[in-house]
Ligand binder design. Sequence first.
Ligand SMILES: Nc1ncnc2c1ncn2[C@@H]1O[C@H](COP(=O)(O)OP(=O)(O)OP(=O)(O)O)[C@@H](O)[C@H]1O
Length: 279
Amino acid sequence: MIETRSLTKVYKNGNNALKDISLDIGSGITSVIGRNGAGKTTMMRIFSTQLRPTSGSVTINGYDVVKESNKVRKIICSIPQEASPIGVLTPLEQVKMYLVARGLSISSADREARIALSSVGLEESMKAPADTLSGGMKRKVFVAMALSANADIVFLDEPTTGLDPMSRLEVWSLIRNLRSDIVLTTHYMEEAASLSKYIIMVDHGTVIKEGTLKELLSEFDGLIRVESRQPLPDSSPVGGIYIKYVNASEANEYISMGCDVKNITLDDVFIKERIYLEP
Ligand SMILES: Nc1ncnc2c1ncn2[C@@H]1O[C@H](COP(=O)(O)OP(=O)(O)OP(=O)(O)O)[C@@H](O)[C@H]1O
């Protein structure tokens, strides 16, 4: 359980990355979603004790991330966005090193690392230098770390950015199999919708919406999205097209006018808030 109260971060140059955020994050998989610069990484770095908040507080399973950072570090595993394995080391060496640093004996670390690397499909390549692995395989090395860490809470900052669609699906499936509670950040609506029990939408350092997928979509019950290249009455321009929401029963009418008609997704929550994510 993560509790933030009036969490605020102002960087030295005056950038106000988080503004008075109060959240209760429970068990299961929680996604923090938002466009570039929304404040997702700043939030994750504070949660994982790498960055101090300017004001406000965060507790993780009851421990304060500033005053009890050593206790917090023992119960979390954090995989940063920029994480990349050291090129000359093998996946087995990296995961072993990580587990020894977490306090395991060398023999236990070796055993746990082999189990985790096999379970993410790196059995064959666990002894190859990381330089020789593909981008997807490199991400899997970190998923293996998260698997083997046996942490209460795992933080994954953009775990699938840059992966091809097949590797992304594989990493999703591995994430679903982690026994820990997970907080992940993503730009991908589909990722948040597919993986998470709870979704937190951030923009410009504030939480604009939060809830389960069902709760977030409930305001669109019975509606469909109509997209047109020409302005329609009551439509809004979004990225070169015009969008409006109408009752599903009116779909045929709009199709006969040459419009595209789409089912509602998490994208629509952002569109309604007039916040558009990059593709
Ligand atoms: N070290 C820093 N010094 C000053 N400003 C920073 C620093 N790191 C981040 N920021 C600013 O804080 C804001 C939030 O950045 P953050 O990296 O948390 O966003 P993000 O949602 O993770 O973005 P992205 O999706 O691009 O990773 C941005 O305005 C960014 O420019």
